[in-house]
Design a protein around this ligand. Structure first.
Ligand code: AHR
Length: 503
């Protein structure tokens, strides 16, 4: 059996883990809102039409701030359509997903749902088909206490107190040619800076996210971030990153190493932001909002799901309903490890998305809600990763991949909460075939024992949870984990993700 070795030392911290790292994303897309979180006729629905079984699962998932209402959707969205008396709200074409948006759920309703799940709102403004003026209207409506036309309109619509939205996204994926109102970096940088300045004139306490690249594979990647930040550095707090991964053409080895791409993506954006910092001779540091990340079989969407036709604009169609396997969940857990390893600069992140649409939670209309395989790495990491992320000394065998070059077979991160003394470690074995023995030097953590162990693995790495078999896959305790004389040893099965709570 191959061996890997790591040293965990609470003195070597990467950075404090912000709770916002465990954010989510709800887009008006497919069956996410309608027939997902909102289904008035469902047996579990509360008086407002929210599925309480879904609310319970979202709470168990442990999501912090939730980005809303898109995504590509936001670039054609008129926020005014989604407030006021429901019966007067217009039905609109959603060009991004070739659907009909009924506007039955809007800002007020979504905010009420957020209160029920205990999450904060991260609001995206439309800088695709709209601009600074409409963004200003929205912040006046949302954040101004009263005494002006739009703040009074909000109060008349039943919300006396402002929503107090703290985090704002300046558009969505404006580098992507698929985006309504797609712009070049210069044009976007200018409108982002102008809109940011204006929004802050209304509410100086907000935090602002400029659009970075839609992926590290975009032809403009790097130059986009540099140019946008040259325009907007002083005005914004974050630059965004988006990344989705899938197994291409059966290349499992590369897929299992997807987090290597995420590591490099983050590090390149950090370098680029710091380069602009140097050019500007600025004291300010721009951090990353990794506000879309997941495994997503985009090629399936392009070839199977895509809706077309002038007379075909369905309400809440089944779109992007990827069913995740054990292998997908292992990669997913590794992406969370990557985010934690960069906790000093990735200070906000949003799992894309939450329910039905490339989601950890699935629902059936009138039927059950269940956990996908990816649910487990998120809920366990969100619960156990507290305090600071630690810099690990990792010594692991390597393997060769087509997409990412030579990469370690093991990836890992550890966390330590100085206040409670609790520590945790998260590990993946990327080998498709071999178990791996890992020894971890935990002497610096003091006299600790293994409080919890969870390993997600299966003889069938493509096993999934489905409507028919919703509990086929779940993590199991890993009884190989033992600590003796300051050394923890554990065996990681092939294609596995593991979390350990130590204390
Ligand atoms: O999350 C699905 C889509 O992926 C979002 O709408 C868009 O921002 C990204 O391309």
């Amino acid at each position: 059996m191959s061996h890997a070795h790591l040293t965990v030392d609470p003195h070597f911290t990467v950075g404090t883990i912000q709770r916002r790292l465990f954010g989510g994303f709800v887009e008006h897309l497919g069956r996410h809102v309608y027939d997902g979180i909102y289904e008035p006729g469902h047996p579990s629905a509360d008086a407002e039409g929210w599925r309480t079984d879904v609310i319970e699962l979202v709470k168990e998932l442990g999501v912090d701030c939730i980005r809303y209402p898109g995504g590509n959707f936001v670039s054609g969205f008129k926020w005014e359509d989604s407030v006021g008396p429901r019966e007067e709200r217009p039905r609109r074409l959603d060009l991004a997903w070739h659907s009909t948006e009924t506007n039955e759920v809007g800002l007020h309703e979504f905010s009420s749902w957020l209160d029920k799940v205990g999450s904060d709102l991260m609001l995206a403004v439309n800088l695709g088909t709209r601009g600074t003026a409409e963004a200003l209207d929205l912040i006046e409506y949302a954040n101004v206490p009263g005494g002006t036309a739009l703040s009074e309109q909000r109060r008349a619509n039943g919300r006396d107190q402002p929503f107090g939205v703290k985090m704002w996204c300046l558009g969505n994926e404006m580098d992507g040619p698929w985006q309504l109102g797609h712009r070049n970096a210069d044009d976007y940088g200018k409108i982002a800076a102008q809109t940011a300045r204006a929004l802050r004139q209304v509410d100086p306490d907000i935090e602002l996210v400029a659009c970075g690249s839609s992926s590290a594979q975009m032809p403009t990647f790097g130059a986009w971030e540099r140019t946008v930040l040259e325009h907007a550095y002083d005005e914004v707090d974050f630059i965004s990153c988006h990344a989705y991964y899938e197994e291409y053409d059966g290349d499992l080895d590369s897929f299992l190493a997807s987090a290597v791409n995420m590591d490099r993506f983050i590090e390149t954006v950090v370098d680029t932001a710091d380069h602009v910092k140097a050019l500007k001779k600025s004291d300010k540091t721009i951090n990353i909002s990794f506000d879309e990340w997941n495994v997503w079989y985009i090629t399936r969407f392009e070839n199977v799901d895509k809706i077309t036709g002038m007379d075909n604009w369905p309400v809440a169609p089944r779109l992007l309903e990827d069913v995740y396997s054990v292998a997908d969940a292992v990669v997913f857990g590794n992406l969370m490890i990557s985010l934690l390893k960069h906790a000093d600069r990735v200070t906000s992140a949003s799992l894309a998305q939450l329910v039905n649409v490339i989601a950890p939670i699935m629902t059936e209309p009138g039927g059950p809600a269940w956990r996908q395989t990816t649910f487990f790495p998120f809920s366990i990491t969100s619960r156990l990763a507290r305090g600071a992320a630690l810099e690990l000394k990792l010594d692991a065998p390597t393997y060769e991949t087509t997409r990412h070059g030579v990469v370690p077979l093991v990836d890992a991160v550890a966390t330590h909460d100085a206040e409670s003394g609790a520590s945790a470690a998260f590990l993946v074995n990327r080998s498709a075939t071999e178990p791996l023995m890992v020894t971890v030097d935990v002497a610096q953590l003091g006299d600790v024992s293994v409080l919890e162990s969870h390993t997600l693995a299966d003889d069938d790495i493509y096993a999934k949870n489905t409507l028919d078999e919703p509990e086929r896959v779940a993590p199991r305790a890993n009884d190989t984990a033992v600590i003796a004389g300051g050394t923890l040893t554990i065996t990681l099965p092939p294609v596995s993700w593991t979390a350990l709570a130590l204390g």
